[in-house]
Design a protein around this ligand. Structure first.
Ligand code: UDP
Length: 494
């Protein structure tokens, strides 16, 4: 049976065009291709440019991976030209149009699948992001098996599933009422805003229904996590959904060398801003605090200044990533003086930074993060403790996992804002206190750092040959092959 021969497996990966979803799926593509499966990675021209360097390296290394560019019809959806990734959507008003535009990829995707029916190329299985429910229709029409790639932590998936099943949001009096997530092995208390599912937002009701249906009809779920980190969540989630679940992460650990880390996710923008790596090379081990809030969350000028003041007050060396969109004349003026005062002690980097390279540097001592799942897991994999500052979506539950379950982080303690609203201003003293507990923090800090290091070691083991995620990935490839034989999608289908 060819379930044992991955080279006969052709997996078609369809990512959501958002950095926090596309990057881990590109890592998954590398992992699958490294194990011998042939991989077609569906993308669009702008995103292909970001991924080209990674894909070229894979092809040079002889991996069976290709990027498949489909046109992204921005004009048809009322989007500016080239607006092909969530981080390029210029305003919240256009968020709907962006998701509408994604639906327009269904036709070209079907076309691509139909063109690939000759025996060697016949797609075995689609692995699609959960946020692309329309892929369920495409797969069903062609009788191709379909797995879902889930972006967030298993802890988030499990908690939100249980809260939904028990209809707890309908039972609470207001947004701030605290309640316990039912059926969990550990008491976890949340409020309504902290326990919303993806797209459980006004204006996305139909879309959420489609996601639920696509989840129900999927052949299994692929998760970027590892068993040793959230064992009871994975066990409970598996029985709650009654489907196969493959934890195959941390996928970022597929990048072993510096060049591979440097071009990951945005090869186009991969420059070593001002020699940050050399700068880190000259710092003491575990002495530097890295501050970055991912690819989407934005920080107001006032909040940037409070963070800056906290960094100055702690006295720890720092690397701080500030988004290009956060620049304004007010910020520029303040930043010039800030940089002068902190010359030699800190680096402020504008735009895209090489996060994996920075996080895995031995000088890193802590990471102040917005708790996007990738950033969180990348810190776990690097054995780095976190200062947690969630902004929206799954980030609040990811924070709970880090602070209350894994105990490898300290919360700034921000209140979840209303959907579509910015968070409240957090004062410098509050930020400073959380930073200090992670970077120093006496015995409590030391214990947390030991836990973070040990968890990082477990993450490494999970992806090594014989590790839990390594084995899970092998099982996933075999299962995809079996599913394709069960389904009507066979070479020669027309
Ligand atoms: N990232 C990066 N450089 C940046 C910003 C983000 O490499 O300047 C990467 C980061 O390593 C992670 C992804 O982009 O892999 C962001 O995903 P995450 O889930 O952390 O947050 P999101 O951007 O989706 O909010």
């Amino acid at each position: 049976m060819d379930g044992g021969d991955p080279t006969k497996t052709h997996l078609v990966l369809v990512p959501l065009m958002e950095q926090g979803h596309m990057i881990p799926m590109a890592d998954l593509a590398l992992l699958l291709a490294t194990r011998g499966a042939r991989v077609s990675f569906i993308t669009t021209p702008v995103n292909a440019r970001r991924l080209r360097a990674t894909a070229d390296r894979a092809v040079e290394a002889g991996l069976p991976l290709r990027l498949v560019e489909l046109p992204f019809p921005c004009a048809e959806a009322g989007l500016p030209q080239g607006c092909e990734n969530v981080d390029l959507v210029p305003s919240l008003d256009l968020f709907h149009s962006f998701f509408h535009c994604l639906y327009l990829l269904a036709g070209p995707l079907k076309q691509f699948l139909l063109q690939n029916v000759e025996p060697r190329n016949s797609p075995t299985c689609i692995i699609a992001d959960q946020c692309l429910p329309w892929t369920a229709t495409v797969a069903a029409e062609l009788s191709i098996p379909r797995l879902i790639f889930h972006g967030p932590s298993c802890f988030f998936l499990l908690c939100t599933l249980l809260v939904t099943r028990h209809k707890l949001h309908e039972k609470v009096a207001d947004e701030d009422e605290i309640f316990a997530v039912p059926e969990l092995s550990q008491t976890i208390q949340v409020n309504k805003r902290q326990s919303l599912r993806f797209f459980q937002w006004p204006g996305f009701e139909d879309f959420l229904c489609q996601i639920e249906t696509a989840d129900d009809t999927a052949d299994g779920f692929v998760l970027n996590t590892f068993y040793e980190m959230e064992p009871w969540c994975i066990d409970d989630y598996r029985s709650a959904v009654g489907k196969e679940v493959w934890p195959i992460g941390p996928v970022s650990l597929c990048h072993k060398d510096a060049n591979s880390k440097a071009v990951r996710g945005n090869g186009d923008a991969a420059v070593d801003h001002g020699g940050v790596i050399e700068w880190l090379d000259a710092r003491e081990p575990r002495s530097v605090l890295f501050v970055s809030f991912g690819s989407v969350a934005s920080t107001s000028p006032q909040q940037l200044m409070e963070i800056g003041a906290a960094l100055e007050a702690t006295g720890w060396p720092f690397v701080w990533a500030v988004k290009t969109a956060e620049q304004s004349s007010e910020v520029e003026e303040w930043a010039t003086e800030f940089k002068q005062r902190n010359q030699g002690r800190g680096m402020v980097m504008k735009g895209w930074v090489q996060q994996l390279l920075i996080l895995s540097h031995p000088a890193l001592g802590g990471f102040m993060t917005h708790c996007g799942w990738n950033s969180t897991l990348e810190a776990v994999a690097a054995g780095v403790p976190m200062v947690t500052w969630p902004h929206f979506a799954d980030q609040f539950l990811n924070e709970k996992l880090v602070v209350e379950v894994l105990r490898t982080g300290v919360a700034v303690r921000v209140k979840p804002p209303e959907v579509y609203q910015a968070g409240e201003l957090v004062e410098r003293e509050v930020v400073e206190r959380a930073m200090e507990r992670v970077m120093g923090g006496g015995e409590e800090g030391e214990e947390m750092r030991v836990r973070a290091r040990e968890l990082g070691e477990k993450a490494m083991k999970a992806v090594e040959e014989g590790g839990s995620s390594y084995d899970s990935l092998g099982k996933l490839i075999s299962r995809a092959s079996e599913l394709s034989r069960i389904s009507a999608w066979e070479p020669g289908f027309s």
